[in-house]
Design a protein. Structure first.
Length: 506
């Protein structure tokens, strides 16, 4: 059975709104009976329609699921007409909500695959990656279409829903990673907290990612799939004394992406809002209530919808380095550096900088870059506390090691993310020891910019010192860069630190 929905622009409430289509109904199950459009015990319905340019962000297709259904399977497709150069073509995401409804942040969420796959299924004992296994209860379910971009000609779609009748299976209890690994006590721990697997748009399994993380010398990673928590239960047997796995989500809105790092397992953070809705503060608080950190990802990335439009007031840190270092990272780094002066004068809190690989598939490198955190132990709480405090530096690989300290005239000393409380005219000395960066140059950066640079020996190992005063430098941070590759820009980053602030606050 097929139904066609034709939507006119006048029927939509606005680009940030939602639209609900007509209901799709199925007959009640009859034991042993065949069903139209499928094999024994199956029923299939097909819906076609057209969305005009300017359609809402989310279009819901209600599906009336009768009693006695064992499995729901969905497939979809849409047209991709030719568009003029520079014009976005059709791209449409998909997901599903169960009988508990589609309320923002509600309990009805059952999965999202974005545009990564054309079909999925759910039943009690199993589901397609990106989706949550569980009972297929009777009631009104909603298939969610997310027309990410629409061609000027509009977007024609086809959605096929198949229900399989039969007894429900048993939903296994989820197994989640432990919150602590053996670790080395208070130490610097290396991690990558922006990674994608087959549970969203990645091409690797969790097992493959865990193996690559170990090979990269990481101590921890965070699973951060786009708009789903299905991977939280997919790491059974992959953690160990040498690798801590944190759960999280990359909350992927139409106005930017944010990492919910280290949230409670199964804690779902909604993404169905734009900056104009003034809703992000609510969901940032939800991330913190779930025990996580709010970290805007790749704020100046060039992909559609990737630019961060929500501001940084609700953030706990910011991802200034995403994957191989590129000009958009340079823009993010400069923007972040501009925020440090206000804190140096006691006018605002500061946001620590972090870096992650955002690795999806070969040849993406897990651990390029990696965030190195000073934590009291290798545990979820200690790592998040370390990031929040800014006790962090970033490296392109585990081959890189560094230490930054700043000392005063009377023996006062401090390190990354901290403040050296001395008088404005006191002489202070910054000292950076680094290794594993052949061919690179070390720079000390302050609120006046890059004030001192020197090349390292060919071995890529050395200690560099520089002296200043709080009157001359409100903070000091270190950068280690490769030779320039883009005219007019500094060389790609090999390593960088968060700042050491100088002088008494205020």
């Amino acid at each position: 059975m097929e139904r066609r929905d034709v939507l006119r622009l006048s029927a939509v409430a606005g680009a940030t709104g939602t639209l609900t289509l007509g209901r799709v109904s199925f007959a009640e199950a009859v034991p042993g009976g065949g069903r139209t459009g499928g094999g024994p015990g199956e029923q299939t319905r097909r819906v076609t329609g057209h969305l005009p340019a300017g359609a809402p962000d989310f279009v819901y297709l209600p599906v009336e699921v009768p009693r006695g259904v064992r499995e729901i399977a969905v497939s979809y497709r849409y047209d991709k007409p030719t568009v003029p150069e520079g014009t976005a073509g059709n791209a449409c995401d998909i997901g599903i909500f169960d009988e508990r409804g589609t309320d923002l942040g509600g309990a009805g969420f059952r999965g999202w695959s974005g545009g990564a796959r054309a079909e999925f299924f759910l039943r009690a004992d199993e589901a397609t990656p990106g989706y949550l296994p569980g009972p297929v209860n009777a009631g009104t379910w909603h298939i969610a279409l997310g027309p990410y971009t629409i061609a000027p000609q509009g977007l024609s779609y086809e959605v096929t829903v198949t229900l399989t009748h039969g007894p429900q299976g048993r939903t296994p209890p989820p197994v989640h990673p432990p919150e602590r690994a053996r670790g080395r006590g208070r130490a610097w721990y290396r991690g990558d907290s922006h990674l994608h697997s087959v549970h969203s748009d990645g091409g690797r399994t969790p097992a493959e990612i865990a193996a690559l993380a170990r090979a990269a010398g990481l101590d921890f990673l965070t699973t951060s799939e786009h708009n789903t928590t299905s991977a939280h239960r997919a790491w059974d047997g992959l953690w160990g004394d040498d690798l801590l796995i944190l759960t999280g989500e990359e909350v992927t809105t139409r106005n930017g992406h944010v990492l919910a790092m280290g949230t409670d397992p199964e804690a779902f953070i909604d993404w169905r809002y734009r900056a104009r809705d003034n809703a992000f503060g609510k969901y940032a608080r939800a991330i913190r209530r779930a025990g996580g950190l709010v970290i805007p990802a790749h704020p100046h990335a060039t992909c559609i919808g990737c630019n961060w439009k929500f501001g940084l007031n609700d953030a706990d840190a910011v991802e200034v380095w995403n994957g191989p270092y590129t000009p958009d990272d340079e823009v993010t780094l400069a923007e972040w550096d501009n925020t440090l002066v206000a804190h140096s004068q006691g006018r605002a809190d500061w946001l620590p900088a972090v870096g992650h690989s955002d690795a999806h598939r070969d040849p993406d490198v897990v651990g390029l870059p990696q965030t190195v955190v000073l934590a009291d132990d290798l545990s979820r709480r200690a790592l998040l506390d370390g990031v929040r405090a800014g006790r962090v530096w970033i490296a392109e690989s585990s081959k890189v090691d560094l230490a930054l300290s700043v000392t005063g005239e009377r023996g006062e000393h401090t390190g990354i993310g901290e403040r050296l409380a001395v008088s404005r005219t006191a002489k202070v000395s910054a000292r950076l020891t680094v290794s594993g960066v052949p061919g690179c140059t070390v720079s000390f950066v302050t609120d006046q910019g890059r004030l001192y640079s020197t090349p390292l020996p060919p071995s890529g190992e050395g200690t560099v010192s520089w002296q200043t005063t709080p009157d001359h430098a409100a903070y000091i941070r270190a950068e280690v860069r490769h030779p320039p590759t883009t005219p007019g820009l500094p060389g790609p980053m090999a390593a960088m630190t968060n700042p050491v602030f100088l002088g008494r606050r205020g």
